[in-house]
Design a protein around this ligand. Structure first.
Ligand code: NAD
Length: 261
């Protein structure tokens, strides 16, 4: 029987907009109970206006006390957790090693890496009880060196390290842990990244967009919906023996540094 046949409680970090929202709506469309946490009150208000069945907590998952509060609220609402999607992630600084502001570095590591620990340590006992699933959002930047994006690359490589480690720790309890490695996803975020990159390198946004697309064999940007559908698959019984994997959804990235050539 597919896990998606029974109603599951799903928690998605940074779920009020972007890829997280698409994931939230995909679970909702399958009839699941969906709770999102997001730092943006505006994004939560927009989501709730359109999807009143999705519950939410306003909070910053890089802050431990706010994560604790998230779990108080989540447990009060649902009691159990079947699926955790650690989706939060910011692009961080685009700068050469010696030009990175250490405060930007710390902030990026807090949001992209430490949040993963804060949220997952609270989720682990609940996932053991439900024999649930954890999905961690990495990136194709977790598979290659990524010039000018040190903090992001560091956090995303660490995400795969944690995914494999926690798959081993939680696997004997029936909990599966996987990471996804999307390539550039169509949408406003990639447009912001392209704009910053173009500014940093002093070239046009079109040139950067072209380079990003030429970095993968299929010459594409991916759609958030493809990520959501992969998560549904991984959390279904069809994925019941898939754990500890870092799964690219990226048109086959060939490298992230060919802009240098
Ligand atoms: P996004 O920039 O669109 O942000 C999504 C949401 O995150 C926003 O609603 C924002 O308010 C929330 N958020 C930011 N900081 C937060 C915090 N500290 N606590 C709680 N919420 C916070 O992001 P996205 O493009 O949807 O990316 C989602 C995930 O996918 C990230 O982990 C990202 O690294 C990864 N990813 C994205 C791409 C891409 O091209 N967009 C590619 C590969 C991987």
């Amino acid at each position: 029987k597919l896990m998606t046949d029974t109603v599951k409680s799903v928690l998605i970090t940074a779920g009020a907009s972007g890829i997280g929202r698409v994931i939230a709506e995909a679970f909702l469309a399958q009839g699941h109970q969906v709770h999102v946490c997001d730092i943006s009150a505006e994004a939560i208000a927009e989501l709730r206006a359109e999807q009143p069945l999705i519950t939410s907590t306003l909070g910053d998952v890089s802050l431990r006390d706010q994560v604790d509060q998230l779990f108080v609220e989540f447990k009060g609402l649902y009691g159990q957790l079947d699926i955790l999607v650690n989706n939060v992630g910011i692009a961080g600084p685009t700068a050469a090693l010696e030009d990175i502001d250490p405060d930007d570095w710390d902030h990026t590591i807090n949001v992209d890496l430490n949040s993963l620990f804060y949220v997952s340590r609270q989720a682990a006992p609940l996932l053991k009880t439900s024999k649930g699933c954890m999905i961690n959002m990495a990136s194709n930047a977790a598979l290659f060196g990524f010039p000018l994006r040190s903090a992001y690359a560091a956090a995303k490589w660490a995400t795969i390290g944690l995914t494999k480690t926690w798959a081993m720790e939680l696997g004997p309890f029936g909990v599966r842990v996987n990471a996804l490695c999307p390539g550039s996803v169509s949408g406003p975020r990639i447009e912001r990244v392209i704009a910053k990159d173009a500014e940093q390198r002093g070239v046009s946004e079109e040139a950067i967009r072209d380079v990003y697309q030429r970095q993968n064999s299929l010459r594409v940007f991916v759609e958030a919906e493809e990520i959501a559908q992969t998560i549904l698959f991984l959390c279904s019984s069809a994925g019941r023996n898939i754990s500890g994997q870092a799964i690219p959804i990226d048109g086959h990235t060939e490298g992230l540094s060919n802009w240098l050539e």
